[in-house]
Design a protein around this ligand. Structure first.
Ligand SMILES: Nc1ncnc2c1ncn2[C@@H]1O[C@H](COP(=O)(O)OP(=O)(O)O)[C@@H](O)[C@H]1O
Ligand SMILES: [Mg+2]
Length: 353
């Protein structure tokens, strides 16, 4: 068993605590993604697992071994970084085999392991090339190959695709998913990109300011967020948030011309504020009305995004399919099915259920 377990993991730099009591269970063979905004502690947490950062308090286990204070080389992990850090004077083959060579592995074994990694990553035709004769995507594959040849129990990736252009990023995302299927090792992957998290993960860990906000499968987080932060972070375009007021057992939304939403969730007392969450995919626009203007329509081909401005000064994004043409500047109404609305506490931002 080579899952990874964090128990009350804490990281402090001097007096500044950047990781707060994190408990987390990553299963053997699982693809786990740490996601959150820049500076939330993703890299720090990954580097604590790798042993590149000292863990201030708490415990880290890989399989049944307590690795909390072990040397990185003893942990059975291999890390892939955003910058590939290949040796420029070495060929692809030498770059991939270098770590094993330094550790004194026999030449024949190195050749076999490099050949296997090269097959998995489809690098066979590039083995004798130097890094400068490779594209960014190919270089990143070599960096991943360097990790594979070490035969780690756990792969750690820190934003490995951030230096690639958008198209290559999608290709590499698919390759990494395929790699995980083929070798089946436990993988922990850090990204600030929720699309990468959604598409790659078995389990997503949403971090904010060194705290875990929620852990779950991509669809669990999308459909059942615990709070406004997770609801707004997962899903693209992001969930719309509007001010609501509790009235007569439902919620009234001023931005939608006083639209009432009936709901079964446990709401605060009458006249108290709540935050209403509406996914762009759940909204429909139609011509007519007076309170809401269609500011801009972005056409992406299969879908369009309508950017609406309400009389209350709030913004709404609606995802539409098909090609009904409402002109920009037109007054519109917005509708949705009441059960698709989410509600959050106006102060704590916790989900109301
Ligand atoms: N060596 C360090 N000394 C002090 N603070 C640090 C150090 N490294 C990271 N931090 C702080 O820890 C927090 C988390 O950083 P990091 O893990 O790199 O975030 P992320 O990878 O999510 O962008 C940030 O606020 C950062 O400024
Ligand atoms: Mg980082």
């Amino acid at each position: 068993m080579t899952g990874v377990t964090l128990s009350k993991a804490v990281k402090k730099y001097g007096d500044v605590q950047v990781i707060h009591n994190i408990d987390l269970q990553i299963e053997d063979g699982e693809f786990c993604v740490f996601v959150g905004p820049s500076g939330c502690g993703k890299s720090t947490l990954l580097r604590m697992i790798a042993g590149l950062e000292e863990t201030t308090n708490g415990q880290i286990n890989i399989g049944s071994r307590d690795v909390t204070h072990m040397d990185p080389s003893e942990r059975g992990v291999a890390m892939v970084f955003q910058t590939y850090a290949l040796y420029p004077h070495m060929s692809v083959e030498e770059n991939m085999g270098f770590g094993l060579k330094m550790n004194g592995h026999p030449r024949a074994e190195i050749k076999e392991k490099v050949a296997e990694a090269s097959r998995i990553l489809q690098l066979d035709q590039y083995l004798s090339r130097k890094p400068k004769a490779l594209s960014g995507g190919q270089r990143q594959r070599v960096a991943i190959g360097r990790a594979i040849v070490r035969g780690p129990e756990v792969f750690l990736f820190d934003e490995p695709l951030s230096n690639l252009d958008a198209e290559l990023r999608v290709d590499m995302r698919v390759e990494i998913a395929r790699l995980h299927k083929e070798i089946g090792a436990t993988m922990i992957y850090v990204t600030h990109d929720q699309v990468e998290a959604m598409t790659l993960a078995d389990k997503i860990v949403v971090l904010r300011a060194g705290h875990v906000e929620q852990v779950g499968s991509p669809m669990e987080l999308y459909q059942n967020p615990d709070n406004k932060f997770v609801a707004g972070f997962i899903g693209s375009p992001a969930m719309n948030f509007l001010d609501g007021i509790v009235s007569e057992g439902g919620v009234t939304v001023a931005a939608l011309g006083g639209r009432r939403i009936e709901t079964d969730v446990a709401l605060p007392d009458e006249d108290n504020p709540v935050i209403v969450g509406l996914r762009p995919q759940h909204l429909r626009v139609a011509e007519g009305g007076s309170d809401i203007a269609l500011d801009l329509r972005e056409r992406l081909g299969g879908v369009s995004y309508d950017y609406l401005a309400t009389a209350t000064g709030e913004k709404i994004i609606v995802e539409t399919r098909g090609d009904e043409a409402i002109a920009e500047g037109t007054a519109v109404t917005v509708d949705f099915d009441d059960p698709s609305a989410y509600f959050f506490d106006a102060k704590t931002e916790a989900r109301l259920r």
